[in-house]
Design a protein around this ligand. Structure first.
Ligand SMILES: Cc1cc2nc3c(=O)[nH]c(=O)nc-3n(C[C@H](O)[C@H](O)[C@H](O)COP(=O)(O)OP(=O)(O)OC[C@H]3O[C@@H](n4cnc5c(N)ncnc54)[C@H](O)[C@@H]3O)c2cc1C
Length: 381
């Protein structure tokens, strides 16, 4: 046995699982095909939104709360500045389905929030060009996460605790035996008691057929625009936002560099991005249609942004059919634990997911209330 646990993929979630596992054992090895936090993974694009008010199942809330605490712990342990609290705005038509379903989720999970009328919103946040019937839900604990900093910090913390990191070591196969899991990379072989698969948009290569059938790798596009007045869009003055009006949706983050505002087309109702065949060659160039769509929405929503894309890029993420992750054992007798399929919304909860994966994979008490993310929900098909 080479070690108690292996984590395959040291990106957003794998790095956090390694960090959390390293607090429980010094017998953990992380495999990364490239380097941790490399820019072609779902870590790419500098920032991700952290939100406590979100569209979807109330059941995520305990994971988000756990994650927030762990982001702060990661900052304290490593001295890195990772989560900047900016507040968050969800903007939509008053009494429309977007706002109503967000309010319903917060009613059930008890997330702290306040509703801003159009007038209050216009007065506090004049950056947004509002419609007569707009309103917003303000999320005081939302913010912006620095992705590459977060992943690098978690890897350093794990190494300081005794974890081994093998970079430029792509795993080519995992095979369960009666005694453990055999992992290969090229002509090298290791055996572990348990393995966590956290290889993001690449995970289908290591998955059984029934999970390949219910997952797709998606390409998600990010775009940035220059602010005419950077102060208006600074983290102190401009909360992260998500906005839906008719078929127009946009989300984004303040100018963490002082001038460049992230403003990208969102799909809160039908999920982000579209299928892409190969995570190693996600097309980075935007199509004419993508350029026209985001430019038109930014022109409409933000008079203070220069309506020309200043920077754009695209990154892979693994989506499941029901848009919930695959978090748990492949089946009840398996030694392989999945931590993948975060379907365009995993980063904010990366610390929480990493905590759950590490604890469960190392045989601690299973976390209750997570049936909706367990991989065996797809087993009966
Ligand atoms: C453009 C974009 C914007 C997003 N915006 C938000 C947001 O604002 N808020 C939010 O919460 N979420 C957001 N998400 C979702 C979130 O970023 C992802 O769900 C999350 O980062 C996925 O993490 P992961 O660990 O599964 O994948 P990754 O971070 O991609 O990590 C996978 C890692 O595995 C490695 N790997 C792959 N195959 C192997 C192998 N065989 N052997 C060893 N290593 C391997 C890869 O090199 C990579 O480093 C966004 C996603 C994208 C793409």
């Amino acid at each position: 046995m080479d070690a108690q646990l292996a984590v395959i993929g040291l990106g957003s979630i794998g790095s956090m699982a390694l960090w959390q596992a390293s607090r429980l054992t010094d017998s953990v090895v992380g495999f990364e095909a490239a380097t941790p936090a490399h820019g072609r993974s779902a870590v790419g694009g500098d920032t991700r939104l952290f939100r406590m008010i979100y569209f979807g199942k109330p059941d995520y809330y305990p994971i988000i709360e756990r994650s927030r605490g762990l982001w702060v712990e990661l900052e304290t342990e490593t001295g890195q500045d990772i989560l900047t609290t900016t507040g968050g705005l969800s903007i939509g038509t008053a009494n429309g389905s977007f706002i109503n379903s967000l309010l319903e989720t917060t009613r059930i999970n008890g997330a702290e929030h306040c509703v801003l009328s159009r007038e209050e919103l216009a007065e506090r946040y004049p950056q947004h060009n509002l419609r007569p019937d707009d309103c917003a839900i303000y999320d005081p604990r939302a913010g912006v996460l620095r992705t590459d900093r977060a992943v690098s910090a978690a890897i350093s913390a794990a190494q300081a605790n005794g974890a081994t990191v093998l970079q430029n070591t792509p795993v080519h196969s995992i095979t369960e035996t009666d005694h453990g899991v055999v992992v290969t990379s090229g002509d090298r072989t290791w055996t572990f008691e348990k393995v966590i698969v956290a290889s993001g948009g690449w995970s289908r290569r290591l998955m059984p057929d029934h999970l390949k059938a219910v997952t797709e790798t998606h390409r998600i596009v990010l775009t940035w625009f220059i602010a005419e007045d950077g102060t208006q869009f600074s983290p102190e003055n401009f909360p992260v936002f998500s906005r839906l009006y008719g078929d127009r949706s946009l989300y984004g983050a303040p100018a963490v560099d002082g001038v460049t505002v992230k403003a990208s087309v969102d799909g809160p109702l039908d999920g982000r991005g579209r299928e892409t065949p190969d995570p190693d060659s996600v097309p980075r160039e935007l199509t004419r249609e993508e350029i026209e769509k985001v430019t038109e929405i930014v022109t409409d929503f933000f008079p203070g942004l220069i309506p020309t894309i200043a920077r754009s890029d695209a990154f892979p993420d693994l989506f499941t059919e029901d848009r919930h992750p695959l978090l748990g054992w492949l089946d009840e007798n398996s030694r392989v634990y999945c931590a993948t399929g975060f379907s365009g919304k995993g980063f904010k909860m990366a610390t929480g997911y990493g905590h759950i994966a590490a604890h469960e994979a190392l045989g601690k008490q299973p976390v209750e209330g997570l049936d909706f993310v367990r991989p065996d929900r797809f087993k009966t098909r």
